[in-house]
Design a protein around this ligand. Structure first.
Ligand SMILES: [Mg+2]
Length: 399
C-alpha cells in the first residue's frame, strides 16, 4: 500500500495527498505555465534585442498586438493538458484562433510558431512532461491551437487560457502574464499566473523594465534569488496562495520548486494603500479612478502595470487595490480575470464588481452582467470604502 502511494507521488510529483481534489490539475497547470514562461522569455529576449524583428509583432482585428508567443504558448499549454488528461477530456477557452496564422501570406509566421513550439516542447522532460516524438508538424500545431475553441458556460469543466496577457507590455519588454484557470460548473476552481518579469523585490515593479534588465545583467541571478520572475497559484477553498520562482535553465522541475506562501497586505488605511490600474487608457478610465482615489483618501501615485500582474501584486501584498472601469461598450473577457481572481481570494483578498457582487464566470466568454467595473482589494474594509465611493462618484462621471 505504502509503495503504491509512493509511486503515485513519484508519478504526479506531488508534495501532498494525491487524492486531494484538483491536485493533479494544479500540478499539471503549474508545469504548463512554467514551460510557457520560459518560452515567452526566449521570445521577448529576441524581440527586445533585435530591432529588425519588428515584423514579429502583428495586429489583430481590434488593433491589439499579437506575437509568435501568443500562439506558441496556446499550442504548448493545449498540448500539455491533452497529453496529461487525454484530449477527449480537455476543453479550453483561449484567446487566440488560427485565422491569421492560416492565411496564405502568413507562412513565415506559422513557421516561426511551429519552431517556437517544438523548441519549448523539446524541453518538456525538464518539467516532468513527455515530449512529442517526433516533433510536431505544422498541421498538428494548427490543430492543437484551434482545439481551444470551447465557449465556456454554466456547466461542465473547462480550462481558461490567456497565453500572453498584456501583449503590449510584452513587446515593450515590460510586464505581462501567462494565465491559466480551471472552471467547473461556472466556478473557478484553480488558477495559475505566470509573471516572467515580476521579481521578488516589489520596488522593481515601478521602474521601467529596461532598468531591471540592466541591473540583473550586472548582478546575475543565483539560484532561488527570485530576481527574475514568478508563478503564483491557488486552489479553491484552500485559503492558501503560493508562489514559485521560474525554473532556471537546465534545472529539473521538482515539486514544489521552492514555493512559498503569499498573502495579501494587512494595510486597510487608504492613505497608506497602493493602487494599481491598467497602463492603457483605451481599456479603462484613469480620470475616474483618479477622482475616486482622491475621494477615498488614497494618497500614493497609482502604480500603472500591464496585465494580470496587478492581481499578482495584490495577492503578494505589494499593493492593496486594483480598480478597472472600462469605457462603455468594452466587454471583459473571462481569460483576463479568472486566474487572478481566485489567487487573490485564496490569498485573503476580495474581488467583486463595483456593485459588490462576485464576478460571474458562467456566462460564456465574457463577464456578463458586470456592474460598472472591477474592484480587487487586499481586505474587506478597504473594499467596502471603495464600493461606497464608486456609488457616490458614479453619477457625476461620464463613463
Ligand atoms: Mg492575450
Amino acid at each position: 500500500m505504502e509503495e503504491e502511494e509512493e509511486d503515485k507521488q513519484k508519478k504526479f510529483g506531488l508534495f501532498c495527498d494525491p487524492e486531494e481534489e484538483y491536485i493533479k490539475e494544479l500540478d499539471v497547470a503549474v508545469r504548463a505555465v512554467q514551460m510557457a514562461c520560459s518560452l515567452c522569455q526566449r521570445v521577448q529576449d529576441t524581440l527586445i534585442s533585435n530591432t529588425r524583428t519588428n515584423h514579429q509583432v502583428h495586429s489583430k482585428d481590434d488593433n491589439s498586438p499579437v506575437t509568435v508567443a501568443d500562439w506558441s504558448v496556446q499550442a504548448v499549454v493545449s498540448w500539455v493538458l491533452s497529453e496529461c488528461f487525454g484530449s477527449e477530456n480537455v476543453s479550453i477557452v483561449a484567446e487566440e484562433d488560427v485565422q491569421t496564422l492560416s492565411k496564405a501570406n502568413a507562412s513565415g509566421l506559422l513557421e516561426a510558431v511551429v519552431e517556437t513550439v517544438n523548441e519549448c516542447l523539446a524541453e518538456a522532460p525538464r518539467f516532468g512532461v513527455q515530449k512529442p516524438i517526433p516533433a510536431l508538424g505544422t498541421s498538428e500545431v494548427l490543430e492543437i491551437i484551434s482545439r481551444c475553441n470551447s465557449i465556456g458556460g454554466p456547466t461542465g469543466r473547462f480550462w481558461v487560457l490567456d497565453p500572453v496577457d498584456g501583449t503590449l507590455g510584452f513587446v515593450r519588454g515590460d510586464q505581462y502574464a501567462v494565465a491559466l484557470a480551471l472552471i467547473e460548473d461556472g466556478e473557478v476552481v484553480l488558477g495559475v499566473l505566470g509573471c516572467p518579469n515580476y521579481p521578488m523585490r516589489k520596488e522593481w515593479l515601478s521602474y521601467h523594465h529596461r532598468y531591471h534588465r540592466i541591473i540583473s545583467k550586472l548582478t546575475p541571478p543565483t539560484s532561488e534569488t527570485w530576481n527574475k520572475g514568478c508563478v503564483l497559484y491557488a486552489k479553491r477553498g484552500s485559503r492558501e496562495a503560493w508562489m514559485q520562482p521560474l525554473l532556471q535553465a537546465n534545472k529539473m522541475f521538482v515539486w514544489p520548486n521552492h514555493a512559498k506562501r503569499v498573502s495579501v497586505s494587512s494595510i486597510d488605511n487608504p492613505a497608506l494603500a497602493t493602487f494599481c490600474e491598467p497602463v492603457e487608457k483605451a481599456n479603462s478610465s484613469h480620470s475616474f479612478t483618479a477622482g475616486l482615489a482622491h475621494s477615498v483618501g488614497l494618497r500614493k501615485q497609482p502604480l500603472r502595470v500591464y496585465s494580470m500582474v496587478k492581481y499578482a501584486a495584490i495577492a503578494r501584498g505589494d499593493a492593496e487595490l486594483f480598480m478597472k472601469f472600462a469605457r462603455a461598450g468594452y466587454k471583459e473577457k473571462i481569460w483576463d480575470h479568472a486566474a487572478g481572481v481566485i489567487i487573490i481570494q485564496e490569498a485573503g483578498g476580495v474581488v467583486t464588481d463595483a456593485g459588490g457582487r462576485p464576478l460571474d464566470f458562467s456566462k460564456g466568454l465574457y463577464l456578463k452582467g458586470l456592474d460598472r467595473g472591477i474592484v480587487a482589494c487586499s481586505g474587506a474594509t478597504l473594499h467596502g470604502k471603495i464600493i461606497d465611493a464608486v456609488d457616490a462618484s458614479w453619477g457625476s462621471s461620464s463613463l
